[in-house]
Design a protein. Structure first.
Length: 187
């Protein structure tokens, strides 16, 4: 009986070990890419496919969810992404907004957040860096840094997908969020 338990444990250990090597994310020149072995492509786990490729079945440019800033709840519908400098390093910048950002203003908004800072658009601003991420609420200007990454954040084929949730425990509920997003990285 003891020998059978040891054999079953060894099989379970080998299975877990091989599964953990099938998919990874690597950063190349500041760009994250999901990579996988041939075994992972032929039989991905349902949970892995759901978390990295199906954040709520959103199309690029869409966001869903809400955030609360000082008691005011904002529903988010749009997502935009680009590359910019944040805190002295190359970052993927993500803007989740309640209203559309005009195409002619998008490049400046990703770089400078002019409309968000002026209160013309409300939303969340994220910066994803090598060792973590940062988020700022517009309006309210509350901001926080977290690490290491959002659990289902991924960049594939220049599309940023993921979700984020924070119940606001640290701020006594004044700032909270529950969002999903898919955004094409603008060039």
């Amino acid at each position: 009986m003891f020998r059978l338990e040891v054999i079953l444990f060894a099989i379970a250990l080998i299975t877990v070990s091989s599964c953990s090597r099938n998919q990874s994310t690597q950063t190349i020149n500041g760009s994250e890419r999901a990579t996988s072995s041939p075994a992972a492509k032929s039989s991905p786990s349902p949970d892995a496919a759901k978390s990295t490729t199906d954040p709520g079945a959103l199309k690029p440019g869409e966001a869903s969810g809400t955030y609360t800033a000082k008691g005011e709840t904002v529903t988010l519908k749009y997502s935009y992404a680009g590359r910019a400098q944040r805190f002295g390093e190359d970052s993927v910048v993500l803007l989740l907004t309640e209203n559309e950002i005009p195409a002619e203003a998008l490049a400046d908004e990703l770089k400078n957040q002019t409309m968000l800072l002026d209160g013309k658009v409300r939303g969340l601003e994220y910066a994803f860096m090598k060792d973590g991420y940062w988020v700022r609420y517009h309006p309210g200007q509350y901001q926080e840094s977290k690490g290491p990454r959002l659990k289902d954040y991924v960049v594939e084929n220049d599309v940023v997908k993921g979700s984020d949730e924070d119940t606001g425990d640290f701020t006594d509920g004044k700032y909270s969020r529950s969002v999903k997003f898919a955004a094409a990285i603008s060039k």
